[in-house]
Design a protein around this ligand. Structure first.
Ligand code: NI
Length: 170
């Protein structure tokens, strides 16, 4: 296992649509281990593969608060198949530095995905865990939580990051 670098906005890898995983070979497990290690080290409650520069549809989630017998969960090629209601909650992202903001999401979602062995699974969840899942699945489609904010808020953030990057280069 090794700790990986988390790519941050405006890195273009975060804007790519990640490709589906079709082969469940020996390269998958080390990637998952790296992601889990990187997530806990950050620390974060979820991490998507594009955040460590791997443009594939893979997310890991910390479920130690949701489930008693499990520490983390792996979802491959996850897709939201049903959603219902709305909720607004505070979000941040390991790839979006120095910002948290309120984001509107579905309250309850159903996700279909493949587990580590390539078996199809289905999960229905709500409230905070549904938020985390929607946030991580967005990453696989090149979407960041700032894309859900008003254009004014987003523009302010981009300006701030530009300034920060410019001052680093000096
Ligand atoms: Ni994120």
């Amino acid at each position: 296992m090794s700790l990986r670098t988390i790519h941050t906005f405006p890195d273009p890898v975060l804007r790519q649509k990640a490709r589906k995983i079709t082969e469940f070979d020996e390269t998958l497990q080390p990637l998952i281990s790296d992601m889990v290690e990187t997530m806990y080290d950050a620390p974060g409650i979820g991490l998507a593969a594009p955040q460590i520069g791997e443009s594939v549809q893979l997310i890991v989630l910390d479920v130690s608060k949701e489930k008693e017998d499990q520490k983390f969960m792996v979802m491959i090629n996850p897709e939201i198949t049903e959603h219902e209601g709305n909720q607004i909650d505070e979000e941040g992202c390991l790839s979006v530095l120095d910002l948290t903001a309120s984001v509107k999401r579905s309250r309850k979602i159903t996700v279909t995905y493949l587990d580590i062995s390539g078996k199809e699974q289905k999960l229905t969840t709500e409230e905070r865990f549904a938020v985390v899942l929607q946030h991580e699945i967005d990453h696989l489609n090149g979407i960041l939580f700032i894309d859900h904010l008003s254009s004014l808020k987003r523009a302010l953030y981009k300006k701030k990051m530009k300034k920060m990057l410019a001052s680093k280069k000096r």
